[in-house]
Design a protein around this ligand. Structure first.
Ligand SMILES: *[C@@H]1O[C@H](CO)[C@@H](O)[C@H](O)[C@H]1NC(C)=O
Ligand SMILES: *[C@@H]1O[C@H](CO)[C@@H](O)[C@H](O)[C@H]1NC(C)=O
Ligand SMILES: *[C@@H]1O[C@H](CO)[C@@H](O)[C@H](O)[C@H]1NC(C)=O
Ligand SMILES: *[C@@H]1O[C@H](CO)[C@@H](O)[C@H](O)[C@H]1NC(C)=O
Ligand SMILES: *[C@@H]1O[C@H](CO)[C@@H](O)[C@H](O)[C@H]1NC(C)=O
Ligand SMILES: [Ca+2]
Length: 527
């Protein structure tokens, strides 16, 4: 009875939505067992979990209190922003509260009183978690939308930023980009970053208040106008490189670059009507859990996937300890309709747990030693559990044991080192005279020439004598009449014949050679 209930409870959601469950208890010929599926959390209102930052400091209105007016009522500047009065304050958090019926609550910037200096503001939203967008980002502006703005995103918690979309009433003028519409994109350009003029033109501040980042329109390129064919979208997400990442963010930034003008030009005599006011930022998405979780919870100030399939980590991005018999993989939407869980697995052999840290997926039993050992360790590892580095490699101290980069090649200089092994910090063992981590340098008083050799001469102790010059520490170039390693020997003293015989002998040899050549030339000419 309980089995049946469990079966029903787990089977039920399958009908409700795709990839909603990670596993279900099924009965097969071999008896009941778990079956695993690719799974993902439901989409949520992400503004409930966001941290916001507004830059630069002092951009929020009300400190000191100031008056402003609207484009509809430009000469009645009786509205007031006062940060110290809760009724008149417009702090950033009002972009994320629930909008009840009635008056909108909004964050508001200072007015453009410093015109013509640009009025710039950044609104940065951070989740400290990767999020996959599932619906449009909708930003609601009160009193008119900016005439120039930019949306940026980060995938690495704000370390690097990338343009996401440009918005301007004149794209060419503002960004030197042609204006395009997301609706006109095709399957090959679905993740193009473009500039749109649809959300920046003046249409009266009450009428058109929203600026969108169109996720649905981009999905519709694959899934059809009503997103009925999600299977096609999921298939594309698996095959088109970069498509999934395009919709993934950890942070978003709105760069407000020029406020609504209410017309075509700025009226210098009334700058109190130019400012930004944002009442709501709607971001709908789901936690990215690599298709290994169907729940995502808010814990200790951050969203976290409740990982299944024996995975772990904030995004279920690695295998749990003792489940690393093969490398971690994200789940896949394919094959339809349930996808592949690509679960992490303990070494499923009868020999018990043989962890190979993901460097091997085979274990074997060695009879005479009575041990189970990993076979064919990859990634330059070795050992019973692939826990050591092969000779010629050393342990990467910033990588976990199950990391593909766990072993780094020693790279010892072949000539300067005794062998190609190194110690745990990557230092090679050097031959005499060589030094440096890789033995590719020479100690002082040694010179490099296919290895390190002791200096023959130098400028200090081993000076060339009698006017000789030291050539690259390798030898002294001696003036005529001297020889020896340091030119210390006079040729006359060494050999009496050298003193007068040398030059005449050389002349005699050249004459003979020239004579022979002349003979040869003459015989060619006669032929
Ligand atoms: C807004 O952020 C961008 C980087 O994304 C930075 O270059 C710019 O200076 C920031 N502007 C303000 C007003 O803080
Ligand atoms: C971000 O999330 C990680 C993992 O949940 C957590 O350890 C870290 O403290 C969080 N950082 C911030 C700034 O909230
Ligand atoms: C994960 O490990 C548990 C406990 O060992 C096991 O019962 C379960 O079947 C594993 N799940 C998957 C998806 O491999
Ligand atoms: C060491 O491991 C880290 C983490 O995987 C990796 O980023 C880094 O590139 C590795 N270092 C080398 C020299 O391979
Ligand atoms: C590796 O060798 C270098 C140079 O001899 C030495 O400084 C370092 O302490 C050694 N590291 C280890 C872990 O032995
Ligand atoms: Ca609000």
């Amino acid at each position: 009875m309980l089995y049946l209930l469990a079966l029903l409870l787990h089977r039920l959601p399958l009908a409700m939505g795709q990839y909603d469950i990670c596993k279900s208890w099924v009965t097969t010929d071999d008896g009941p067992s778990w079956e695993f599926y690719a799974c993902q959390p439901k989409a949520m209102r992400m503004k409930d979990y966001v941290t916001v930052r507004v830059d630069p400091a002092g951009i929020t209105c009300g400190d000191p209190p100031e008056r402003f007016c609207t484009h509809e009522n430009p000469y009645l500047c009786s509205d007031e922003c006062d940060a110290s009065n809760p009724d008149l304050a417009h702090p950033p958090k009002l972009m994320f509260d629930s909008e009840d019926e009635g008056l909108a609550t909004y964050w508001q910037s200072v007015t453009w009183r410093r015109y013509p200096e640009p009025l710039l503001a950044n609104i940065t939203l951070s989740w400290n978690k990767s999020i996959e967008l599932t619906d449009d980002i909708v930003i609601t502006f009160e009193y008119g939308r900016p005439t120039i703005m930019m949306l940026e995103k980060s995938l690495d918690n704000g370390r690097t930023w990338h343009p996401y979309q440009y918005y301007a009433d004149d794209c060419m003028e503002a960004f030197s980009m042609p204006a395009r519409r997301v609706r006109d994109l095709s399957t090959t350009s679905a993740n193009r970053v473009l500039c749109t003029e649809e959300y920046s033109r003046w249409a009266g501040s009450k009428k058109e208040k929203t600026v969108r980042f169109e996720v649905r329109d981009r999905f519709a390129i694959f899934a059809g106008p009503d997103l009925k064919n999600m299977d096609n979208l999921y298939t594309r997400m698996e095959s088109a490189k970069g498509l999934k990442d395009f919709f993934t963010v950890t942070d978003l930034r709105m760069r407000l670059l020029r406020p609504a003008l209410g017309g075509t030009y700025v009226q210098r005599e009334n700058l109190y009507k130019y400012f930004y006011a944002v009442s709501n930022i709607e971001v709908t998405g789901r936690c990215k859990c690599n298709l290994h979780a169907n729940l995502c919870t808010f814990k200790e100030g951050s969203l976290q996937c409740e990982c299944e399939h024996n995975t772990t980590g904030q995004d279920c991005g690695k295998c749990k300890k003792n489940f690393r018999s093969r490398s971690w993989r994200a789940g896949s939407y394919l094959p339809l309709p349930n996808g592949s869980p690509n679960a992490c697995a303990a070494a499923g052999s009868a020999f018990g747990n043989c962890e190979c840290y993901g460097h091997s997926n085979r274990c074997s039993y060695i009879d005479f030693l009575n041990v189970v050992t990993c076979v064919s360790c990859k990634h330059n590892t070795r050992g019973q559990h692939c826990q050591h580095c092969r000779l010629g490699f050393y342990r990467n101290s910033s990588a976990e044991l199950d990391d593909e980069n766990v072993c780094i090649e020693c790279n010892c200089n072949q000539i300067g080192s005794l062998h190609d092994r190194c110690n745990e910090t990557g230092y090679c063992e050097c031959k005499e005279g060589a030094t440096g981590p890789k033995c590719d340098d020479c100690l002082p008083n040694y010179y490099w020439r296919q290895g390190c050799f002791p200096n023959v001469c130098d400028d200090e102790l081993l000076l060339c004598q009698n006017g000789g010059t030291c050539y690259q520490n390798q030898r002294c170039i001696c003036p005529v009449g001297f020889k020896g390693v340091l030119c210390q020997q006079s040729r006359c003293e060494a050999d009496k014949k050298d003193c007068d015989g040398a030059s005449s002998t050389r002349a005699a040899i050249s004459t003979v050679l020239l004579g022979a050549l002349g003979l040869q030339l003459r015989s060619w000419a006669e032929l």
